[in-house]
Design a binder for this molecule. Structure first.
Ligand code: ATP
Length: 623
């Protein structure tokens, strides 16, 4: 037994408590160093480090224990009654409102365990704990757990010590992070870097060993993204909503590594033949996203249905050379040479480095619809013409271009020349209900584990599904066709947060909404509001000052409600996406809003306020 293995787990627990309580980062690090020097053997740092960085340990696989199962295990082990207060607290660990620790399972469990200290036997060593965890993992792995679930289990191992993985690595050895990033092998890192004073030569990636994926930094909007990539050659890509996958091909041996570097060889059954035949080199690493393709609808589908498809957006290794040091543009060329795409199974994401595809062109036409009669049309075959057309010709022209496009291929990536192209692409992807876009510097190399901004992700912000938004109608838009001459859509607003015990005095325009109500329901609302409809011809006469709108004339209603007290509250929902708004006055608006119901029961002043809405958006969004 090594010295590390003999160390009692209680020492580790004290270390965790210390680290958590200590404030300056330097002190946290020195505690950790002291622990390594005092309680660990240099030949066996791994036994301890795997408990300190559990999410990076790939030696024993996952335990298959999510919080709910763990809660039940604890209840059984401690002989608690299922309806005792503590058992309920463990099961409902997410709930508890303002209760301390609500939503933090380890803290809730610690709280419950602390009340039973006498029942818990001490003296457990690091070896015993590792053995127990090994047993747990092996019993989990012998039962059949679908790969995707396993994948998710391991992501909940976060000790929340208030010290980053980077600091732990750095304190352990200055080259530890680098070596881990290219091998994803904590045991190897511990064994190779046991002497802190001996530097390790930077290692390159290898076929068969997972590499920590390059990641994207989140950015607020297209302008910020464009500024950040100023002067760079930029490609924009659709952000696919699947799972990151790293495919390692070594002859007929094929590995599929997930984002958290688990080897999912079970994906292989369906894909391996295709990879063998369509990846034209013997040894290669592809980086990409794995999705499911709906063969009948010809679009990406939910998991569990239809067939898997790999979209390769990068290549990291070709033949016997790592190519991560080459530029993305060069890697795109390699990717095209190395992969023979197979429709619906293996696709490559490489932009046309010459002319952009017609999709962008069509959106140019869209945008100019009402404003301008000059557009540049780039056809799929590479012909670029500048045409002068009258507005009424545009729709005809658009359908001709559509017809000229034989393939009907969606456009998933393009080289952007200005911020307008980025915005347009972003709008189109989210209208298509994709996850968002990724912007990449075409001159950049691929860096393991990097999230410093060479890749930027732009996603629509969203609010939690099921959130009810009670908004006030402040204006109306006339419909066309059947509802011509009648108000068919509403401009709705959020309230400016009123002072305590007062009613809101200003309403901030939020979004335009028309769908969701039956004809009768819509008629009833319009009839009630009709006596208060007023036309204020802007700019001759501005709308009443209790309504705040932007100067953007695009969303000005045809009629305004004379005053908020006369109006009606609507409950609206959307497909959970919000989007930063320049057209409406509130900072966010909704994509695809729908009226859920008319709230005749709610007085006008019970309208949701902007601040609460923004808080809702922020609390729903992660990083
Ligand atoms: P998210 O939940 O936003 O996917 P994340 O932390 O898992 O966040 P990020 O680095 O923030 O990962 O975003 C990059 C991820 O987006 C990749 O891991 C990959 O799974 C996915 N992705 C989809 N399409 C692309 C693309 N074209 N280029 C790069 N990554 C893509």
């Amino acid at each position: 037994m090594t010295k590390t293995e003999e160390t009692e787990v209680s020492v580790l627990v004290s270390l965790f408590n210390w680290i958590q309580k200590t404030k300056p980062a330097a002190k946290k690090r020195s505690k950790f160093r002291k622990f390594l020097d005092t309680y660990c053997d240099s030949v066996d740092y791994f036994s301890a480090l795997r408990l300190i960085l559990p999410s990076l340990d790939r030696e024993r696989g996952s335990y298959g224990l999510k919080e709910s199962v763990l809660a039940n295990c604890l209840i059984d082990a401690l002989g608690m009654s299922k309806d005792s207060a503590d058992a309920v607290r463990l099961i409902n660990w997410r709930k508890g409102g303002a209760a301390p620790n609500a939503g933090n399972f380890p803290m809730v469990a610690a709280e419950v365990l602390q009340r039973r200290q006498g029942m818990i036997s001490g003296g457990l060593t690091i070896k015993e704990l590792n053995d127990l965890l090994d047993r747990l993992a092996s019993s989990e792995n012998s039962s059949k757990t679908p790969g995707r679930q396993k994948y998710e289990y391991c992501s909940c191992c976060n000790l929340k010590l208030g010290i980053s993985e980077k600091s732990i690595f750095h304190e352990f050895h200055p080259d530890a992070e680098d070596l881990f990033n290219v091998t994803c092998d904590l045991k190897l890192v511990c064994e190779k870097l046991k002497d802190r004073n001996q530097r390790h030569k930077r290692q390159d990636i290898e076929v068969g060993k997972a590499v920590r994926p390059q990641l994207a930094m989140r950015i607020g909007d297209a302008h910020a993204a464009w500024r950040k990539l100023h002067g760079k050659e930029v490609v924009i890509e659709c952000k696919f909503d699947g799972d990151r996958i790293q495919i390692h091909k070594n002859g007929s041996e094929i590995h599929y590594f997930s984002r958290s570097f688990l080897d999912h060889s079970e994906y292989g059954h369906a894909m391996s033949k295709i990879i063998e035949q369509n990846v034209l080199v013997d040894r290669c690493i592809l980086d990409g996203e794995m999705l499911v393709w709906d063969t009948s609808l010809n679009r990406f589908a939910e998991f569990g249905s239809n067939q898997e498809i790999d979209v390769a957006f990068d290549v990291l290794y070709v033949g016997d050379t790592s190519v991560i040091h080459q530029s993305l543009k060069e890697r795109h060329e390699l990717l095209q040479k190395v992969v023979k795409p197979l429709k619906g199974r293996l696709e490559t994401l490489v932009p046309d480095h010459g002319l952009n595809s017609h999709l962008m062109t069509l959106s140019v036409l869209h945008d100019k619809d009402n404003a301008c009669n000059i557009s540049t049309v780039a056809m799929n075959d590479g012909i670029c013409v500048r045409v002068r057309v009258h507005v009424y010709m545009l729709s005809q022209l658009r359908s001709q271009i559509m017809a000229a496009d034989q393939t009907g291929e969606p456009c998933w990536s393009l080289v952007a020349h200005n911020v307008d192209e980025v915005e347009k692409f972003f709008k189109e992807t989210i209208e298509n209900r994709d996850e968002g876009i990724v912007l990449k510097d075409l001159g950049s190399k691929w860096e393991p584990g990097d999230r410093s901004g060479k890749w930027l992700k732009l996603k629509p912000e969203y609010i939690r599904a099921g959130s009810d938004l009670d908004v006030l109608i402040i204006g109306g838009y006339y419909g066309s066709g059947r509802r011509g001459g009648e108000v068919a859509q509403f401009l709705v607003a959020l309230a400016e947060r009123p002072a305590p015990d007062t009613y809101p005095r200003r309403f901030i325009s939020f979004c335009r909404v028309g769908t969701g109500l039956s004809d009768e329901e819509l008629d009833a609302v319009v009839t009630k509001l009709k006596p208060y409809f007023r036309k204020y011809e802007y700019p001759k006469r501005a709308p009443p000052s209790f309504y705040q709108v932007t100067n953007n004339s695009k969303e000005r209603p045809d009629v305004w409600i004379e005053s908020p007290e006369k109006s009606i509250i609507l409950s609206i929902t959307s497909d959970i996406r919000t989007i930063r708004s320049e057209v409406f006055s509130a900072p966010y608006s909704l994509r695809f809003p729908r009226i859920d119901r008319v709230r005749y029961d709610k007085p006008w002043h019970d309208c949701l306020d902007v601040q609460s809405f923004v808080e809702l958006v922020h609390s729903s969004n992660g990083t």
